[in-house]
Write a protein that binds this ligand. Structure first.
Ligand SMILES: [Zn+2]
Length: 278
């Protein structure tokens, strides 16, 4: 089965991970911008990071047979420094225009603060102006408050809902997220976030339409093969191959297809490592 990983931070992963992902059938991925673990102090550091995930990471993934795209944004965790946030958002256009940039994200709330709201609203508006897909991150705590604020901001902006994925849903946020016409994302982690079991139950309850699943692997305890574990568990838990194909291929593909730059190649062949060693 060919799998699309629609949200993963490969910047923090090794080449072994790319090899394991390829072997498991993952053939395309999207890397949203994330918080690096230490806050950046200069707008230029953001812009260099955008270049890195758009240019270098794309080439690195291709060597391992995976077609890699990226999404750029100022992450919610980085919006507290208002002067810096404004400078980054003011300068983000050229990265949104990059041929490998298929979405804006991730944006949204972390602590539901006023500064986060400013960065969220401005960037959502940029996505709406360009009619490009946008990845919205729900806060890790107080998800109900987070989803209420988030859906209010989506409504105010009037962005077409098929351009939006509301990500990192749990049992708490899903009922409200499904009331919108947005795509709804679920993140599978080994310890925190969702397990394959919980994803399986949520799909039984809410259906597979507009549902997207991701592994979101980063520096923390996470797993670039989460989606493969989801396929294994859900097949045993009574879901059809058609449902699995919708969740792990068709839905992420139709979401990113709103960008004309989303033209993944699923038949890339890994390069012999001796050819790119220096
Ligand atoms: Zn993420």
């Amino acid at each position: 089965m060919v799998i699309i990983e629609p949200h993963i931070h490969m910047y923090s992963r090794t080449t072994d991970d790319y090899q394991r992902m390829y072997d498991a059938g993952i053939r395309a991925c999207v890397e949203p911008s994330f918080w690096l673990g230490a806050s950046r102090r200069y707008a230029g550091t953001f812009f260099d990071y955008f270049n890195l995930i758009l240019d270098f990471e794309t080439v690195r993934a291709r060597r391992f047979g995976i077609d890699h795209f990226a999404a750029v944004s100022l992450n919610p965790k980085e919006s507290e420094d208002h002067v810096l946030a404004k400078e980054v958002i003011d300068g983000i256009d050229e990265y949104l225009e990059h041929p490998r940039c298929v979405a804006l994200g991730e944006i949204g709330f972390n602590n539901n603060s006023r500064e986060e709201e400013y960065a969220f609203e401005r960037q959502l508006h940029l996505a709406n102006e360009r009619k490009m897909p946008v990845i919205i991150h729900l806060p890790h705590f107080d998800k109900v408050k987070g989803i209420e604020l988030t859906t209010g901001i989506i409504k105010n902006e009037g962005i077409p809902e098929h351009l939006v994925v509301i990500d990192h849903n749990t049992e708490d946020s899903m009922p409200l997220a499904r009331k919108t016409g947005c795509y709804t994302g679920m993140t599978v982690y080994p310890i925190s976030k969702l397990t394959p079991q919980r994803v399986s139950s949520l799909v039984k309850e809410f259906g597979s339409e507009r549902m997207i699943i991701n592994g979101s692997a980063d520096w923390g305890i996470s797993d670039p093969l989460s989606l493969v574990k989801v396929v294994d568990f859900m097949s045993r838990d009574g879901h059809s191959q058609n449902t699995l194909k919708s969740l792990l291929f068709d839905n992420p593909s139709s979401f990113y297809s709103a960008s004309p730059k989303w033209k993944p190649e699923f038949d890339l062949v890994p390069v012999d490592p001796r050819e790119f060693q220096r």
